[in-house]
Design a binder for this molecule. Sequence first.
Ligand code: ADP
Length: 867
Amino acid sequence: MADEITPLFAQYLGIKQQHPNEVLFFRLGDFYEMFDDDAVEVSRLLNLTLTHRGQNPMCGIPYHAAKIYIARLLRLGKKIAIAEQVGDIPAPGKGLTERKVIEIITPGTALESEYLDGGINNFLASLCVRGKETGFSFIDVTTGEFKATSFETASIQENFPKELGRCSPRELILPESLRSNRIIQDTVALFDSMAVSYYPDWNFSLDSGYERLTEQFGTANLRSFSLTENSVEVMSAGFLLDYVSKTTNVSSPHIKSIQVYKDSEYVVMDDSSRRNLEITGNLRDGSQQFSLLECVNYTRTAMGSRMMRKWLTFALTDVNAIISRQNHVELFVNDRTLLRRIRDQLDGILDVERLAGRIAMDKAHGKDLQALRASLSCWLNIQSILGDSNFALINPEPAAEIIDLIANSIMEDPATSLTDGGIIKSGWSEELDHWRQVHDNFNQVLDEYVEEEKQATGIQNLKIKKSGNMGYFIEVSKGKLDKVPSHFIMRRTLVNADRYTTEKLQELESNLNESDTRILELERDLFLEVRNRLKAFVAYLQQTAREIAYADVTSSFAEAAVRHNWVRPVIEESLVFDVKGGRHPVVEQHIPQGEFVPNDLNLCSEDGCTFALITGPNMAGKSTFLRQNALISLLAQTGSYVPALYARLGIVDRIFCRVGASDNLAKGESTFLVEMTETAHILRSATEKSLVIMDEVGRGTSTEDGLSIAWAVSEYLLERIKCKTLFATHYHELTRMESDRAKKLCMAVDESTSEVVFLRKVISGSSQNSYGIHVARLAGVPEPVIKRAQMILEKIQGEAEDKPVINADEHVFEEEKSAAAPVSFTGGLFSDEELILDEILSLEVDSITPIQALQTIARWKHSLSGR
Ligand code: ADP
């Protein structure tokens, strides 16, 4: 078998051996070819034709269209190694062209815009466990953003998904030793579009990581980044840098710092709460539709869009920082003309942050520089529009300098290739102008020369022509050959004419050729010189990009506030949660205007209540009410306005949103165990400053179990943790729980007609318990069944000693069958009188409205009189 391998295939195998984890794109002429398993997999993934080369499966893609295919493979989480032909192509039969992997493209280190999503950071993340501590780091090579944090290994089950959820990396690299760890595997499985790979543990070394980081940042130590030689973050962060430089094969001088953050700096939200609240993506398909992001994101630039995501996933806990953002949003809200002018200018700004990265990594081409120039011009306009507002803005002079440099040196619409010319403006370099003149004047010079020879020789039809392989020549027709002078050098004889050259013609031609080559070389060199000069501005451009993003996000918040009629919340260092006329930002946008019913919530105010128990039937609006308050709280801490008439909010440190198992069953992930694990997590981690949303907890088990758990959990939150809690339940038995610090709320229902109408209004009190049965009636369940259900329900609720024996009274239904309609149903455990008496005794007179009282009496009368 071995002797059948051609030298070319042996070369392929040699390279493939070094890149077992990547799809190898092997350059053969105008194609990238893939072989063996790579070919089989890629042909399946990209729907390409699979052919064979001898025994080996093979498929190929044209090299000029490679980016489209690479982009698709990256989205599928694949890594690609590009093996190019390097060195000279040998003469036929004289050995092989050398081939080498020149670049590895992975989802988390891709640099070209074709592989990136403009409005989303392209993060590469890493995690490393060292005993009791775990470090987590992530980096976006395209922007230079680099962050790290650490937590106790004991809490990895909560913190690892939480951190992954915050940054949503496209790629994760882990130490080999974690490959078989169940928690790691379970977590990784939650993020299905993320590429995951494992590397030997020694890569995550503290010493080399420290060295790598100091070298990258050009600092003697890492103190200014709050890291020491012993910080666990160094292990993962160091390897990230290593991995980036090995895969991209370019240096990344724009990565100049790392931000180490702590949980206390931002609102902590575990991954499942973040998903449940649908912050950046909906629960159904993860897309932005129907997410919070969708209804606040009016950003106009890619940088703004990325910052918006960050603000929503890293909401602040520092009152002053929030107020400072609010002040800027307010400036725009109060001055709509200013808002419009700023946003018009933002429209003209491209991705300055990634352009700066491209300049730093020697990737920028002429069009990139023109994009930068145009963007900076708009930015300078923004600076002057903002004038002496309270925005702290960077010195505009370097921006003006950059604009001048590019405007003077680069053509308006330059070529993207560096080797084909068409980049540098005339007037920028005398030498280039000279050679361009030589080139441009060539035809004129040639015409003059023809004229000169015509005069000298008297051959009037003498012509200068050009052919592909001969270059320029003088042609003399056969009839005039006797006039050919001696300085004409014969090149070829044809039937009708002879072709000559002369020394002068050769000189002119070589001048032309030289001018062509010099123009291309000079354009390239001059462009690189300009680009190198711009490298000095990379840090400045990064800061500019941050300011642009800031102006974009704050004005986007203002736009949302104006469009949706939101209000600036009062933020303070207290426990208060007081929202009047609160609305759900997303639901409100998706129902007809004006139909959303606003609701209030007041916790931790004068009455000292921390806990609200919300009862009500399904579909009455409980979940919406719960979520809207969590979203208002989160939005407020990003600096945004909130969907309410008024809000006064103390800072919350954590937001939890637990949704009962059955509400989540569609996702197939919520077993009762998951529900309880998450509940346990909340009970362990919530503090007095936290906001806890519990929606139908305890549903995933039997009624008695569920009720007891819901009760105990409520008590713990109420008595021990004392956090702000919204607890929605269909167990109205819970309303018997008494505490001065718990308030009972329910969803108002209009029963004045035969239809049950959910008013979506949260009112004080507890829900009546018969709505499920009402809904059953509406659904057409036969009346005797409804009545029987009512009876059983009331019996259960009465906790009578003699529990109803279901099915024992079979005659109940038999009787019904024989009776003529309408039926007066009398069977069962209790008479109508008993039932009514029972209902009177259990009625909460304080919590029903006069109209409800009248309706209830009418129902009793109807029931007793049969009318
Ligand atoms: P529950 O949790 O009680 O089952 P939901 O909160 O899921 O009820 O609400 C059911 C539906 O009612 C939602 O899809 C929403 O469209 C609508 N809804 C909820 N609250 C309101 C409100 N305040 N105003 C208008 N419509 C609402």
